[in-house]
Design a protein around this ligand. Structure first.
Ligand code: ARG
Length: 468
């Protein structure tokens, strides 16, 4: 059946047909399109809008197509889109009565329905894989509750922490990414079907019935809004942009930490390449590519927002052009999630190096100042000044952090505040020891191993709850 023959003379130019066809990316909604037609036809039958005989023949043909798969369809660009290809298939099977399938339905509500159905499935899979990713981080964190490393601000040594505490920060960010995507899902999970072209129909269709048959949680009520809205795509892609940003940050740190200079992790050979000229090289190509692909996901969001920004309400063919950008964002994000998870899982943290860095460059200075506040009731600003001067003097004289003692501190305090501090030697040593400092940071969210254990257990509860 040629859709054009009623209104238009002759065929569309071949170039124009190729230019405007959505068939290539419509493959993604093939399954959903059959489901949509099945639900609509079942509803038409139930409402007595079409005869049971016609409905059953249509449904039988759709079932056959479901079994045969997309290869049974004529996907020539002149067919325009998957909806026409499916209708043509049913017509070829049962003849003209296939046309009843389209009663009270437009491709406008149909495509919106299909996209939502297909996207729901993709989001569900990403959410499941995201939980797996968080789980892997938790397992790794559990094993490294006592593994000391230095934390950075401005990428300069700041304060000691543990590898567990550090990677739990990723887990928390990924949890929010999960929650954000799950929230977006709510607005994907709405049925536009029954809106027809834009103002519904005078046939007594039952929108609630198709909603339920297709497993949507709610109706998109206003029929003009229902065929117009693609905010569900923009919102999903935005959530993916933030997810891939988190993943990209993880990749960035893996790249940095695997350098000779940091030497903090060893990325598995499975996720590394070498050089065609430099035989010694081990390059973190996978993490680099993942970092770069984040830009593509962000770009897709900009493209989508820009297509949508000033469209008139209801259906415009521009809407079709949003679709491939959304799928690209979905696929790229999903691949990135799984590969980053495996890369993190198989990477090895170098414990000795972690300790060496935490001890080597005054990362415990804040604790030493805190000790002066606690023991000698010095205002923090004064203590800050004394320790700052201590570090400068130690660096000038090649003195290591662990060589600092009370005598050294007293000389400086005499100079700055006119009296020696006379701190307890043992307390000074403790304040300068990274592991000791970590143990005392028992505030909620902090690095002490017991607090970290608590945080891991809370996140495990979250995963268990979400996996139900
Ligand atoms: N291929 C179209 C899309 O993806 C399907 C809807 C076509 N509707 C129309 N009135 N031309 O948006």
């Amino acid at each position: 059946m040629n859709l054009r023959s009623g209104r238009l003379k002759g065929k569309m130019s071949n170039d124009a047909a190729v230019f405007t066809s959505s068939l290539e990316f419509d493959r993604r909604i093939f399954k959903a399109d059959i489901l949509c037609n099945q639900a609509h036809t079942t509803m038409l039958k139930n409402q007595g809008i079409i005869s049971p005989q016609d409905a059953d023949r249509i449904l039988a043909a759709l079932n056959e197509l479901q079994i045969e798969g997309i290869c049974a369809l004529d996907m020539d660009p002149s067919v325009e889109d998957i909806h026409m290809a499916v209708e043509n298939y049913v017509t070829a099977k049962i003849g003209e009565s296939a046309g009843f399938m389209h009663t009270g339905k437009s491709r406008n509500d149909q495509v919106a329905t299909d996209l939502r159905l297909a996207l729901k499935e993709e989001i569900e899979e990403i959410l499941t894989d995201l939980l797996k990713c968080i789980q892997i981080i938790l397992d790794k964190a559990y094993d490294h509750r006592e593994t000391v490393m230095v934390g950075y601000t401005h990428l300069q040594h700041a304060q000691p922490t543990t590898f567990a505490h550090y990677i739990l920060s990723y887990a928390q960010a990924l949890k929010r990414d999960y929650e954000r995507l799950k929230d977006a899902y709510k607005r994907v999970d709405m049925s536009p079907l029954g809106s027809a072209a834009l103002t519904t129909t005078s046939f007594p269709i039952n929108r609630e019935m198709t909603r339920e048959l297709l497993g949507f949680n709610q109706l998109l009520e206003n029929s003009i809004d229902a065929v117009s809205s693609r905010d569900f795509m923009a919102e999903t892609v935005f959530s993916l942009v933030l997810l891939t940003s988190t993943l990209s940050k993880i990749c960035e740190e893996m790249i940095l930490w695997s350098t000779y200079e940091f030497g903090m992790i060893e990325i598995s050979n499975k996720f590394s390449s070498t050089s065609s000229i430099m035989p010694q090289k081990k390059n973190p190509d996978v993490a680099e590519v993942a970092r770069a692909k984040t830009a593509a996901v962000q770009g897709e969001l900009m493209t989508i927002l820009t297509i949508l920004k000033s469209l008139p309400q209801s259906y415009n063919r521009d809407l079709q052009e949003v679709t491939p950008h959304m799928w690209n964002a979905v696929d790229t994000s999903h691949l990135m999630l799984n590969i980053t998870r495996e890369m993190l899982f198989t990477a090895e943290f170098k414990q000795e190096r972690g300790k060496e860095l935490a001890q080597g460059n005054f990362s415990t200075a804040t604790e030493l100042a805190d000790l002066m506040v606690r023991e000698k009731n010095l205002p923090f600003r004064i203590a800050h000044q004394i320790v700052g001067r201590t570090v400068t003097k130690a660096l000038d004289n090649g003195i290591k952090p662990k060589e600092i003692d009370t005598q050294f501190l007293d000389e400086i305090s005499l100079e700055l505040i006119g009296k020696p501090l006379k701190l307890n030697e043992e307390l000074v040593k403790k304040a300068l020891d990274p592991y000791n400092v970590i143990k005392t940071r028992k505030i909620i969210g902090g690095p002490s191993p017991e607090v970290v254990k608590e945080a891991i257990s809370k996140l495990r509860d979250f995963i268990e709850f979400e996996s139900k």
